[in-house]
Design a protein around this ligand. Structure first.
Ligand SMILES: Nc1nc2c(c(=O)[nH]1)N[C@H]1C(S)=C(S)[C@@H](COP(=O)(O)O)O[C@H]1N2
Ligand SMILES: [Mo]
Length: 354
């Protein structure tokens, strides 16, 4: 089910190899409403498939009235929607757990917001015509590998009701250009509000099924399990999180922050996949003040926040905490699980004020 590092053990060579392939968004990029493509985080389990868009087809089949085989031009000829969507990896925060589940060792940076262009999935499912008794759609990517001894193509499912939501897209564009290879060229699923694992890249088939899908990435991975034999709850929507641009300037290599005493405006972004963010607080050494919120960049995208702070000389620990309209908030202590999922523990930034 996954390996847990010995308590206190440092990052392994294998984790380093994962981290250099799957890198986060540098937090200074939080200044942008829409993250430049090259700064958006990346998570690829296996190898990036290099796909020839001319030869590529999307097959829609299974429990449908009419099986489809679509070219990228067929998909582009459907109604086009463009919207900003914030995406976050469910493993964001994993490396801040102790003991640490061994996987990509994210701190707080597995995030990004892109302007995604595509066509609503619902219209294509209507063309195919789901037969009565369909419970889920299975989305399969072109990438293949082994995880935990299980050899599979990357695949995830969604219940019919979720798949039919109007914001769920088959996306072929990112920030006004075709998808880059690492983000799923030529086509990916995009499920706003959910953690990133649901948004299957390099999509090659959609299958309507009458029984819940039991593939590895659905039934084994992406669960909140306290122990290996805990069935746990499946991971779905993004928990609330606020992140700040670390103020001041960093040391290289330890990245400790330095800034001068005086009035500082701390800025960041906040999001939640459950409900719009309603509140952000900045914590300085455990004292919390209200941040000012800007309008969200979109219904499914983060919103900017700022908070002023009178920085006095000395060492300070800054934190930020988001709360959403459903009353979900970020914990001050991490909630541990075997796979290191959904750790939305508040961010902590140490600064030295001179
Ligand atoms: N086919 C496929 N789709 C995938 C993945 C993958 O490894 N293979 N990774 C998923 C995970 S875990 C995340 S967090 C997002 C990351 O999307 P991005 O790399 O475009 O940011 O893609 C998801 N879709
Ligand atoms: Mo992820």
């Amino acid at each position: 089910m996954g390996t847990i590092a010995e308590p206190g053990r440092g990052i392994t060579r294998e984790e380093l190899a994962l981290a250099t392939r799957n890198r986060g968004m540098p937090l200074e990029a939080l200044v942008h409403d829409v993250t430049p493509v090259g700064l958006h985080y990346i998570l690829v389990h296996f190898d990036i498939p290099m796909i020839d868009a001319g030869a590529w087809r999307l097959r829609v089949g299974g429990h449908v009235r009419r099986s489809l085989e679509l070219t990228i031009d067929d998909i582009r000829s459907h109604p086009q929607v463009t919207m900003p969507v914030t995406m976050e990896c469910a493993g964001n925060g994993r490396a801040r757990l102790d003991p640490r589940p061994i996987s990509n060792p994210w701190l707080d940076e597995a995030i990004g917001t892109a302007l995604w262009t595509g066509t609503p999935l619902a219209a294509i499912l209507k063309d195919a015509g789901l037969e009565d008794g369909t419970v889920e759609l299975v989305f399969t990517g072109a990438d293949h590998g082994i995880q935990d001894g299980d050899e599979h193509d990357y695949a995830r499912s969604l219940a019919v009701g979720e798949a039919m939501r109007p914001e769920v897209l088959l996306a072929y564009g990112m920030n006004g250009r075709p998808l880059e290879p690492q983000h799923g060229f030529p086509l990916r699923l995009l499920v706003p509000g959910w953690y990133g694992m649901t948004s299957v890249k390099w999509l090659r088939s959609i299958e309507a099924v009458t029984e819940p899908f039991r593939g590895y990435q659905q039934a084994v991975a992406y669960h909140y399990r306290r122990s290996d034999d805990d069935p746990g709850e499946p991971v779905s929507r993004m928990r609330p999180r606020a992140v700040m641009i670390p103020p001041g300037f960093p040391d290289f290599p330890d990245r400790r922050r330095y800034l001068d005493a005086g009035s500082v405006t701390v800025r960041g972004r906040a999001w939640s996949g459950h409900a719009p963010v309603s509140r952000v607080e900045l914590g300085v050494g455990g004292d919390w003040s209200e941040a000012v919120l800007e309008d969200p960049v979109g219904r499914w995208a983060w919103r900017a926040w700022s908070c002023s702070w009178e920085a006095t000389p000395g060492e300070h620990l800054l934190s930020c905490r988001a709360t959403d309209e459903a009353g979900n908030t970020q914990p001050l202590e991490p909630s541990w699980n075997v796979q290191g999922m959904g750790n939305n523990l508040v961010q902590e930034v140490r600064v030295t004020v001179r």
